[in-house]
Ligand binder design. Structure first.
Ligand code: GDP
Length: 194
């Protein structure tokens, strides 16, 4: 795939606005500030396909990007404390509405910050994906921020903290060193060829 040819398609603020599914979809999910926009821009080799910001919590819409016959779906970052309850509920409705739908969701990339234990929201998301039998891959972001020993310790901790960890595909990722970029592109390429 020519990853740099991806284009922004549309942004939706409520699930009911999203048109019927017309092509296969690959989604990206994770808590706010996990590095999701940065990762999307890295994968597609673009500066501003997804908007990166120093201020967490800004992605309050579901954004669709299009490349060939695939839609890439950027779900709103969850778990940002400094928003009103009503706004959190709207985000949860968007995410659950999307994941619950009958859409052709081939994979969800679930991003978790490699430096920290998964949040309650991350664990909730994993449980949900397992229960719903939705295929997902865990991406551990900001890998460059950990030195070797700390990284090893965190990986051992994840094995305890994340259910089914040994059975999951887990990709350490860094937008700084490019670790993981090709692995993610490879997964996408294989799905797109199915
Ligand atoms: P989002 O809210 O999940 O879309 O997160 P962003 O992509 O906006 O990133 C949040 C912050 O983390 C920004 O300051 C990014 O520059 C930083 N960041 C994202 N990915 C990485 C990474 O791989 N390494 C480092 N060191 N910082 C990162």
């Amino acid at each position: 795939m020519q990853f740099n040819k991806a284009e922004f398609a549309a942004a939706y603020g409520s699930f009911s606005q999203i048109p019927a599914c017309s092509r296969m979809e690959i989604a990206f999910a994770g808590r706010s500030n996990v590095g999701k926009s940065t990762l999307i821009n890295k994968i597609f080799n673009r500066k501003n396909l997804a908007r990166v910001s120093a201020v967490p919590g800004k992605t309050a819409t579901i954004n669709f990007y299009q490349l060939e016959h695939v839609y890439f779906v950027d779900l709103p970052g969850y778990g940002y404390a400094k928003v009103a309850k009503s706004e959190k509920e709207r985000w949860a409705g968007l995410i659950e509405g999307y994941l619950n739908s009958e859409r052709d969701i081939r994979l969800i990339f679930l991003l978790i910050d490699m430096r920290h234990a998964p949040s309650a929201d991350d664990l909730h998301m994993i449980d949900y994906l397992v229960e719903a039998e939705l295929p997902f891959v865990v991406i551990l972001t900001k890998a460059d921020k950990l030195k070797k020993m700390a990284r090893q310790a965190r990986m051992e901790a994840f094995a305890q903290e994340i259910p089914y960890f040994s059975e999951l595909t887990v990709i350490p990722f860094s937008s700084q060193t490019f670790e993981g970029v090709e692995q993610v592109r490879q997964i996408i390429t294989e799905l797109a060829e199915e």
